[in-house]
Design a protein around this ligand. Structure first.
Ligand code: G3H
Ligand code: 13P
Ligand code: ZN
Length: 289
């Protein structure tokens, strides 16, 4: 069943667990996420990025998620969210399409410009009963790491400053807050160590559900500690993509004559479902429906 994100996040806050926000761009990955949620009796956030929207079209991906949530989720709450919206236009289009939550990511902008863009997006969303996520600090990924390798940047330069986070949250009125504390987009096993002391300071100053982006590659014990320190949304994409691609390559290799798309894709969909189910157990959302 499609629900407003606030219903599942407020319950997660009260229960001390986190909800997984899993990326989709098509029918199969959406089915994998929803089947995992049903198997685990877990609430779930399904999110789409701007590039996923470009790939599938906003109308098609919205309808796929809404229809599956309504008809195939066996009563499990599913919330639809925009991931890393970079412009007011992205935000307003997703709000109009029926999303209950949007992420306005102004983290590349100077502090004041980030505040202005976020404020404008939050005001638009709130008028239409939609939650908004803001972001401060640079979440590293491939590009950022190259800068670090070239010594143009220190990892800690990118981390979210707790005092600025408090100022940002107060000025923008966001509902959830995404920060950089050592988490990175992509899989960088061993390198993604969370600065839990910094998270504790952010949690003390920003009284909002916190969002851990880039959680693929972050050690499960670290994620569990972060959940105890106020993280209630955990974003996962890369580990699902890796599982999907590995299974698909294996299937194609094993039977070079098979041409039925559904048979070829089934093991890849199942591999993604397994990743999502494992994460739901780690986040503590399993059995919460
Ligand atoms: O953090 C970003 C997500 O992994 C989505 O990536 O823009 O390639 O869809 P994407
Ligand atoms: P990963 O690809 O590292 O799991 O990050 C996903 C994410 O943060 C989506 O916003
Ligand atoms: Zn992200």
């Amino acid at each position: 069943m499609l629900v407003h994100i606030k219903e599942i996040i407020m319950r997660a806050q009260r229960g001390g667990y986190a909800i997984g926000a899993f990326n989709t761009q098509d029918l199969e990955i959406t089915l994998a996420i929803v089947q995992a949620a049903v198997a685990q009796r877990s609430p779930v956030i399904i999110q789409v990025s701007e590039s996923a929207i470009k790939y599938a079209s906003l109308k098609a991906i919205t309808h796929i998620v809404q229809t599956i949530a309504k008809n195939q989720a066996d009563g499990i709450p599913v919330a639809l969210h925009l991931d890393h919206g970079k412009s007011f236009l992205s935000v307003s289009e997703c709000v109009k399409a029926g999303f209950s939550s949007i992420h306005i990511d102004g983290s590349d902008l100077p502090f004041d410009e980030n505040i202005n863009l976020t404020k404008e997006s939050v005001a638009y969303a709130h008028k239409r009963n939609v939650w908004a996520q803001g972001e401060l600090g640079t979440i590293l990924g491939k590009e950022g790491l190259i800068k670090i390798e070239k010594r143009e940047l220190e990892i800690k330069d990118c981390f979210t400053d707790p005092a600025l986070a408090a100022k940002f949250a107060q000025a923008t009125k966001v509902d959830t807050f995404a920060m950089s504390i050592g988490n990175m987009h992509g899989m960088f096993v061993g390198l993604e160590q969370l600065d839990l002391a910094r998270l504790k300071k952010i949690h003390a100053k920003v009284k909002l559900p916190l969002v851990l982006h880039g959680a693929s590659g972050v050690e499960h014990g670290e994620i569990k500690k972060a959940i105890k320190l106020g993280v209630h949304i955990v974003n996962i994409d890369t580990e699902m993509r890796q599982a999907w691609a590995t299974a698909l390559r294996r299937t194609l290799q094993a039977d070079k004559k098979e041409i039925d798309l559904r048979k070829i894709l089934a093991p890849a969909t199942a591999a993604v479902q397994a990743v999502v189910e494992e994460k739901m157990k780690v986040f503590g959302s399993s059995g919460k429906v």
